[in-house]
Design a protein. Structure first.
Length: 523
């Protein structure tokens, strides 16, 4: 069971009232970049001229939502913290560090939402002064591999065809497109056709038909072979891989898919994967995207295919940084309990390193932006939970450092930020303390993720009463927070808290609701 810290209702509402915009003290104290720029430690809202940055990997938690929409209880492996946080946009201070990538180290300290026990979090934010609309990129060789097995027949393949056609409008004139279709085996429908031949491409896309079973490996291998053949100096190559099912013919070993993606990523060929429907292998598609330094999407509704295809072209082909490494060392008054919102953490209580293969421009530019076509996307956060150690008067929180490699020049850049709080470890005021309003949202996100994760695990262990107890403890606290700070992401999350509770009642209506004990006892 993950150990996370949550915000208690009274404390959370007190923090909102007492730490409004313009009255919150700064968290960073001092911050400097190795190349002479500055790292922001404060800020209260979206900064004009700055754009969000997202990690490669899962970009949504759509499968989790789809299971709840169907009135069922999700299995524990369905919810992923990287994908969950990616659907929550957080506004950071202006990107004025003087580099293409700016790091913001923010801090919050409060009680948890289930028992009120105190905890401290460090929230790592990344943004950029660059804009996708003006950011140049090299000509692209894009290879799309589409599952055309029999289960894709009807509405799914219709929307995929529509999405591919719409995507053509977002590609540049020097780009080239190849399309691989796979079922029992894989075939190239066309290769290396220039985008200046849109009419021809649209006609070929319209010819896609469905039949047969699902050979994932053959589809991916064939796409990579074409991408490698077309890869040339001054051009970039990328694969988009879409499937609605688990492999049932051909090579069916997950590790082989991951190894294939990792090998081609080292050759500079990125990969993004798209899952459709209820039966696909979510872990395989998610893992292979991360190994391929790309994104994973789940399409809850086939009509979202057009949005995903165009999002990839507009943002994910603009890698801002490669091989990013974020090091965190806590000060002597704290130890690390957990790190969330990334799969790249390696470390322990006294520090560690987060490794991220690639960072991209995010789609959404504002946390208040409306949610379209059921997908939120374009967000993300990395949260480090700290254990306050008693008897240490030092107000230092710790030190963050980031280094990354520029995707074009290969130059290594970096920044350093020292984090402090106005109080000693574990001595936050009863109403809590946040270095910026966006950390409050990060705290609530962590609340929601942990409650969902705990409820999934408890229901899986046939303890529906405990699962209901966790969600019912969380619900009124987040509801009160939303009355003070309207937020479209968190409001949408709450719909799924209700759907989860409804599904648990159907699962075991007679099971007594259990008041949860402290889910994160001190180590």
């Amino acid at each position: 069971m993950s150990r996370l810290c949550m915000a208690a209702a009274a404390a959370l509402l007190g923090a909102v009232a007492g730490c409004g915009e313009g009255s919150i003290p700064g968290a960073s104290g001092s911050a400097e970049a190795t190349s002479g720029g500055s790292v922001g430690g404060q800020g209260t809202a979206a900064a004009a001229g700055s754009h969000g940055v997202t990690q490669a990997g899962a970009q949504d938690f759509g499968l989790f939502r789809q299971v709840l929409d169907a009135g069922k209880v999700p299995a524990p492996n369905v919810l992923d913290d990287l994908g969950f946080f990616a659907e929550h946009k957080l506004d950071y201070p202006k990107a004025t560090c003087g580099q293409d990538l700016c790091m913001h180290g923010l801090v919050g300290s409060m009680g948890n939402m289930i028992t009120g026990a105190n905890c401290t979090i460090v929230q790592i934010g990344l943004n950029t002064p660059l804009d996708a609309a003006t950011l140049p990129r090299p000509p692209l060789d894009l290879v799309i591999a589409i599952d055309v097995s029999g289960s894709m027949q009807g509405e799914p393949i219709d929307f995929v065809r529509e999405g591919l056609k719409r995507m053509l409008d977002y590609l540049d004139k020097e780009d080239r497109l190849s399309l691989v279709v796979f079922s029992d085996s894989a075939d190239a429908l066309f290769q290396g056709v220039g985008i200046d031949q849109k009419t021809k491409l649209a006609g070929l896309i319209g010819q896609i038909q469905t039949s047969g079973q699902t050979n994932l490996y053959d589809g991916l291998f064939t796409a990579y072979q074409i991408a490698a053949k077309q890869q040339g100096k001054g051009r970039s190559a990328r694969v988009l891989f879409l499937s609605d099912g688990a492999a049932n013919v051909g090579l069916q070993v997950r590790a082989k898919l991951r190894a294939l993606a990792k090998a081609y990523a080292l050759q500079g060929i990125g990969l993004s994967t798209i899952g459709v429907g209820k039966e696909f292998d979510v872990e395989a598609m998610r893992d292979v995207a991360e190994a391929g330094a790309g994104n994973f999407y789940f399409l809850e509704q086939p009509k979202a295919a057009a949005e995903v295809f165009t999002d990839e072209v507009k943002t994910a082909f603009h890698a801002l940084a490669l091989d990013a490494k974020i090091t965190f060392r806590p000060a002597k008054g704290y130890a690390i309990r957990g790190v969330y919102g990334t799969h790249g953490w390696v470390g322990g209580p006294l520090g560690g390193v987060i490794s991220i293969p690639a960072l991209y421009l995010a789609k959404r530019t504002d946390a208040t932006a409306s949610i379209t076509e059921g997908r939120r996307g374009g967000g993300g956060a990395i949260l480090i939970e700290l254990i306050p150690l008693a008897g240490v008067p030092d107000k230092a929180i710790g030190q963050l450092e980031i280094q990354w490699r520029h995707p074009v020049t290969g130059k290594v850049d970096g920044q350093v930020a020292a984090l402090v709080a106005p109080h000693a470890p574990g001595q936050a005021p009863p109403e809590g303390w946040f270095s910026a309003p966006t950390v409050e949202k990060g705290f609530v996100m962590l609340n929601l993720f942990a409650a969902f994760q705990m409820a999934c695990a408890q229901a899986f262990d046939a303890d529906a009463g405990a699962a209901r107890g966790v969600l019912q403890a969380l619900k009124p606290q987040v509801t009160k927070w939303l009355k003070v700070r309207a937020d479209p992401d968190v409001a949408d999350d709450m719909k799924y808290v209700d759907k989860f509770l409804d599904a648990l009642v159907k699962l075991s209506a007679q099971t007594p609701i259990q008041v949860p004990a402290d889910p994160w006892p001190a180590d």
